[in-house]
Design a binder for this molecule. Structure first.
Ligand code: S3P
Length: 487
């Protein structure tokens, strides 16, 4: 039987509204400013100064074992599905970065009861639908948060206003509003189809949609909307993208069939209700990439990152690094569901490679750190078919090209590609890199700085906490010299 979205005011929704109103100061302040301050404070408190820049100093071998923070993609999905489901979803290992915390706040605004019970331990009590939120859903810097929530909200007869920070306001949303409109949702968007935007949902019809770009966020938005549509929803993806939504929907009791066809991977979702499940979030391979690459490029290093998600749709970077001659070893751990393991990286002499463009979806967030690693390789690392990099938290092709050039590396920028000509030795470094508030641009250049000839400085270090709140402390624990620079 087709299930149409329910919009009722649950007791927890009412409570959530009250909670929001209890903090008028907090509510008045835009999310980005708040997140920026909150992220800056732990470092500032620790050092007794206001941190405007971080500087990574070369010269220290890195050694030790660390644990990757929870996977960002799975953390967003656990909160969203938990909020849509009926019952209590207990989550372990949730990433407590600013992006995911914004989604937790959104889940609350849609009527779920969301409680933090301890480090990474969260309890989400859903009532089996989304209630009309009382205010704007501010997703901060998070493309995943806003796009998946737009899909989920479109399934219910509610009107939801979404917004985000300056970076999110520049990112394309037409890729999500397009298919959701085909299903019957209505949108009022800002010029260019961007946020702030309002979704009017409910009474959707299932759709047969072929993704024009390889995007797990778009696929997930359509599937989440399809849960509350009339009739099945089919998504075909030309290149397989991360499949966390399909896996988690199945675990929450939804009917999901996946087949490989000549046109690509085809996912058929049967509408239905979700029932709450326990979710254990594995370590994020996109975050693990930073200490691992540091282990490969800093002479004398050996770094192990424990508990890394090894889903084959996320391991493109590890594959590429192995082709570059990286000394990487993987100790797989027993786990229910996803493949997980401890990954060890030892200092290696890297060589240039051509990364197959069809590998891009399995490492799309890892190209910035790959580009940093490529600066140390002998021969060019050729990365093509990565135009999507230009519409991430920043234009990552342009910013990596600029940052690497400033560090003395020869780089060629193409419309949808980047070629890094490593000289087979440490690059000069010594640059002050402008990150445009992009966490991965900041971390990639700091890692480069640990092995360059001269220190590298990055601005807006607070934004690192969107995906990797303990990054600086973790790297210091391995022996890295990363210091705050007062403004
Ligand atoms: C994500 C998908 C990717 C990735 C993002 C997380 C997800 O984005 O870059 O960081 O969780 O679905 P696209 O779907 O835009 O490729």
């Amino acid at each position: 039987m087709p299930l149409h979205g329910r919009a009722v005011k649950s007791p927890s929704a009412v409570k959530a509204q009250k909670t929001k109103l209890q903090g008028p100061e907090r509510a008045k302040e835009p999310y980005a400013a708040r997140a920026w301050k909150e992220q800056k404070q732990p470092v500032a408190a620790h050092l007794g100064t206001v941190v405007e820049h971080l500087k990574a100093q070369p010269g220290h071998a890195l050694n030790g074992r660390v644990r990757a923070p929870g996977d960002k993609s799975i953390s967003h999905r656990a909160l969203i599905l938990g909020a849509m489901a009926l019952g209590v979803t207990e989550i372990e290992g949730l990433l407590e970065g600013a992006d995911v915390l914004a989604t937790a706040e959104a889940a609350r605004a849609f009527g779920a009861k969301v409680e933090r019970q301890g480090e990474g331990r969260w309890r989400v009590e859903g009532f089996g639908g989304f209630a009309q939120p009382s205010g704007v859903i501010d997703c901060g810097n998070a493309g995943t948060g806003v796009r998946l929530l737009m899909g989920a909200a479109a399934g219910y007869p509610i009107a939801t206003r979404f917004d985000g920070d300056a970076s999110l306001r520049k990112r394309p949303m037409g890729r999500v509003t397009g298919p959701l409109e085909l299903m019957g949702a209505r949108f009022e968007t800002t010029e260019g189809g961007r946020v702030p935007l309002t979704v009017h949902g409910g009474a959707l019809k299932g759709v047969d949609y072929r993704l024009p770009v390889a995007s797990a966020q778009v696929k997930s938005a359509v599937l989440l909307a399809g849960l509350n549509a009339e009739g099945p929803t089919t998504v075909t993806e030309p290149e397989p993208t991360r499949d966390h939504t399909e896996r988690m929907l199945r675990a929450f009791g939804a009917g999901v069939e996946v087949t490989d066809t000549p046109e690509g991977r085809r996912i058929v979702l049967t509408p239905g209700r979700l029932s709450a499940q326990a979710v254990r979030v594995p370590g994020d391979p996109s975050s693990a990439a930073f200490p691992l690459v540091a282990g490969l490029i800093v002479p004398g290093s050996e770094v192990t990152v424990e508990g890394v998600l090894l889903n084959p749709l996320r391991t493109g970077l590890l594959e590429t690094l192995c082709e570059m001659g990286a000394d990487l070893s993987i100790q797989e751990a027993a786990s229910a569901g996803e493949r997980v393991g401890d990954v060890t990286a030892r200092f290696s002499r890297l060589k240039g490679v051509t990364v197959p463009p069809e590998r891009a979806p399995s490492m799309i967030d890892e190209y910035p750190i790959l580009a940093a690693a490529a600066a140390f390789a002998e021969g060019p690392v050729i990365m093509r078919g990565i135009g999507e990099m230009r519409v991430k938290e920043s234009d990552r092709i342009a910013l990596m090209a600029a940052g690497l050039k400033a560090c003395g590396v020869e780089v060629e920028e193409e419309p949808d590609g980047l070629i890094v000509h490593g000289a087979g030795c440490a690059p000069l470094g010594g640059a002050e890199v402008r990150t445009h508030g992009d966490h991965r641009i900041a971390m990639s250049h700091l890692i480069l700085g640990l092995a360059a000839e001269q220190a590298v400085t990055v601005d807006e270090p607070g934004m690192i906490a969107t995906s990797f709140p303990g990054f600086v402390e973790m790297m210091r624990g391995l022996g890295a010299e990363i210091a705050a620079c007062p403004s």
